[in-house]
Design a protein around this ligand. Structure first.
Ligand SMILES: [Zn+2]
Length: 256
């Protein structure tokens, strides 16, 4: 285990999957040197849950947003309320927002409207954005290009190396989840090998996207160390070095 601390840049610790043992999950994270956890928002009705959770632990950090996966639960008024909620509660980022172009979420036009509205709010509130991009990396790049002052991260990155470079040029970080640990994850392994360490973040996306070693289990922040070790082997750099730089990257992005 590295002595440098790690930051889990994306974890849904507010989800019901953690209701029965959240305190222990946080303790195991701290024991494994995870110093901070960033919790993204999904739907308006859960912002308060995240707000309360983060108020009770100094190492948990809130984001509020409207996730494209739950598009049919969002309304236009939620966007107005999002801006109000953000200016009142001062999260570390707006998110998660983005585009999910898997067939079951194919209403591209509505997704794009919610995405753009949230990018405008983030720019207005001078906040970074946490972006969800599934089968939509190209559309994400084309959209964020128009918001010149924006910075942020693309979480659980799954695009190509070329697209990663474009995102980095647009001042975005590339966040890597446990999906990189799987033997068949060739595309993402190439990205991790080739991009500069100064653009990399680590995340679990728990309770989802568990690493290969824990396959079948509920994911949790303590498992971030497995992702770190796989990245260390891929890049041929000490875990210590990667831990230090990715922690610095997360602290810079989220201002924590
Ligand atoms: Zn997420």
């Amino acid at each position: 285990m590295p002595t440098a601390t790690l930051i889990d840049s994306h974890c849904h610790l507010d989800f019901e999957a953690f209701d029965h043992d959240r305190t222990q999950v946080i303790q195991r994270a701290l024991k494994n040197n995870i110093s901070d956890i960033v919790i993204p928002g999904t739907e308006k009705k859960y912002w308060h849950r995240i707000n309360e959770l983060c108020a009770s632990h100094k190492n948990l950090h809130a984001c509020y947003g409207l996730h494209p996966y739950w598009l049919h639960y969002h309304s236009q008024q939620d966007l107005t309320q999002l801006e109000e909620y953000i200016s009142k509660h001062k999260p570390v980022a707006l998110g998660e927002c983005g585009l999910d172009f898997r067939p079951q979420h194919i209403d591209k036009k509505i997704q794009l409207n919610f995405f753009k509205a949230q990018l405008a709010i983030a720019e207005n509130q001078q906040l970074p954005v946490v972006i969800h991009a599934v089968k939509a990396t190209e559309a994400i790049i084309q959209t964020i290009k128009k918001y010149k002052k924006l910075t942020g991260m693309v979480h659980s990155y799954s695009g190509s190396l070329e697209q990663a470079k474009q995102l980095i040029d647009l001042n975005f970080f590339i966040s890597i989840s446990g999906s990189v640990t799987y033997d068949n994850a060739k595309k993402i392994k190439t990205v991790v090998k080739e991009i500069p360490l100064t653009s990399l973040l680590l995340e679990t996306d728990a309770p989802d996207q568990v690493d290969q070693e824990n396959s079948g289990k509920r994911n949790e922040p303590a498992y971030l160390v497995n992702t770190l070790n796989v990245i260390s082997a891929l890049r041929n750099e000490q875990p210590e070095v990667i831990a230090q730089q990715t922690t610095l990257n997360a602290k810079t992005l989220f201002n924590i």
